[in-house]
Design a protein around this ligand. Structure first.
Ligand code: URP
Ligand code: ZN
Ligand code: ZN
Length: 468
């Protein structure tokens, strides 16, 4: 006897769309056929699409900030918001601060997340202090234990790695078969620009965008690609914002290099003009993130890249800070210069609706491509396939029932995070997740959270498919 049968399912995968029934037992898909037979519980999915639960491969939750700033979402509110938005797995970062052992970092993040998650989670490591012990012992041991990806930064005080350090980390990644995610913006160029703008009295949030133009991202993207070529390791360039860095990625892919790329909702739904707020006021801080949103030409380029395979994955880069809060965007100093405004914007719950509406509903990408970008490819790139990311026999029954015709106006009131705004306030979308199932259990339905914290489990991961 099945635990659950989903009837009249219009199933979408990265390859196909077809009508069938889905049979679920013990949290896994055990059969897909025209008639799966009797079950203890039934869902009639007529009129809805049945998609693999979303996988958001880039989120920040409960990440320590320093300087009195506190991230708005921890593991409970962040994963609750993910569930309501049709996402069943999130991949937050575990940040190493200088001087910290990676083992300690991982243990602290587990202690923080344990028992709180509504959806499944798995950590990427952020390497900021690549000491001989980290490179020689801790990283190899952690990769073997299932932490098969890490992020490095080419910018930000306290996080930036120099070229020699990047090469050392890349080399370990090649040896241990781990995926490196690269934040590609050039540190020195940004410092130079920020100083110049401040000296000219250009301190409003908008100048954050002017301090990190596309050339800064383009140069760092190319440098990261060259280092990856030299060390013969796959990399993923994360949060790619526009045409210039994209061209470097296309160049690398044409050369047959093992380079992958991610983009995010802010680069299709926002522009640098949003950082101007109302007449260059502090409202613009709501949109401060790095790299910053660009212009309509870049949005056009991003759509081409989402269609043609330049981009492999579409993540939120959810990095929430409350707006009206001295522990958030309004921290001491933020009104005196863009340099002190915390970088990052929320988006874990709106990621799928925005891509669906702007992409599928407007005819820019196919349904299959939507599934590839938001579930199947992230699972493959980060070692979660075949358990996650597709609707197939043997996989976890992580499913999102999607109403392609539902029209919704996004407002922060209807979202489930712990931030106090959404950058997409007032945006109208067509297509909405109406029910989210994690291993066959309904964790969110019609905007209500029906699961409980602790239902999400920690996922140890295998090797990225980028290694073949
Ligand atoms: O502005 C952003 N994206 N903040 C989050 C940290 C990062 O670089 O991903
Ligand atoms: Zn980043
Ligand atoms: Zn990020």
């Amino acid at each position: 006897m099945l635990d659950l049968a989903i009837r009249n399912a219009d199933i979408v995968t990265a390859a196909d769309r077809y009508r069938a029934e889905i049979g679920i037992r013990d949290g896994r898909i055990v059969t897909i056929s025209e008639d799966v037979g009797p079950a203890r519980e039934e869902i009639d999915a007529a009129g809805l699409l049945v998609l693999p639960g979303g996988i958001d491969a880039h989120v920040h939750l409960a990440q320590p900030q320093g300087g009195g700033v506190v991230m708005a979402d921890g593991f409970e509110s962040g994963t609750r918001s993910a569930a309501a938005g049709g996402t069943t797995t999130v991949m937050p970062f575990a940040l190493q601060q200088k001087g910290q052992s990676l083992r300690e970092v991982v243990e602290a993040y587990h202690a923080e997340a344990d028992g709180k998650c509504h959806v499944d989670i798995s950590f990427h490591l952020i390497i900021t202090d690549p000491t001989p012990a980290v490179l020689g012992q801790e990283l190899p041991a952690l990769v073997k234990a299932g932490y098969t990806s890490f992020k490095v930064f080419m910018t930000y005080d306290d996080m930036v790695l120099n070229d020699a350090e990047l090469l050392e980390v890349f080399d370990v990644a090649r040896r241990e078969r781990a995926m490196v995610m690269v934040h590609a913006e050039g540190y020195d160029a940004i410092k130079f620009m920020a100083k110049r703008l401040e000296e000219a009295g250009k301190t409003a949030p908008y100048y954050h965008a002017e301090s990190r133009p596309q050339s800064v991202e383009r140069e760092a993207t190319h440098r990261a690609i060259s280092h990856a070529e030299l060390t013969d390791v796959p990399i993923t360039i994360v949060h790619v914002s526009g045409r210039d860095p994209m061209e470097q990625i296309q160049w690398a892919k044409r050369r047959g290099l093992n380079v992958h790329a991610e983009t995010c909702p802010q680069y299709i739904a926002l522009t640098a003009d949003d950082l101007k707020g109302l007449n260059m006021d502090f409202e613009g801080a709501k949109y401060v993130c790095s790299p910053p949103p660009r212009d309509t030409d870049s949005q056009k380029a991003i759509w081409e890249g989402l269609r043609d395979g330049t981009f492999d994955i579409f993540s939120s880069d959810h990095c929430p800070f409350r707006f009206d809060d001295p522990a958030g965007k309004d921290v001491a100093g933020a009104r005196t210069s863009f340099r002190w405004v915390p970088n990052g914007i929320p988006g874990i719950e709106t990621r799928l609706p925005i891509l669906f509406s702007e992409g599928v509903s407007k005819g820019r990408i196919s349904l299959e491509r939507f599934v590839a970008l938001t579930a199947t490819n992230p699972a493959r790139l980060f070692g979660l396939a075949p358990r996650k990311g597709s609707i197939t026999v043997g996989a976890d029954a992580d499913l999102t029932l999607w109403d392609p015709a539902r029209k919704v106006t996004i407002t922060h009131e209807i979202l489930h995070d712990a931030c106090d705004y959404t950058p997409y306030e007032g945006m109208e979308v067509t297509g909405w997740p109406v029910r989210t199932l994690l291993r066959g259990r309904t964790i969110a339905a019609e905007g209500a959270i029906t699961g409980t914290p602790g239902q999400g489990v920690y996922l140890e991961r295998g090797t990225s498919r980028a290694f073949g």
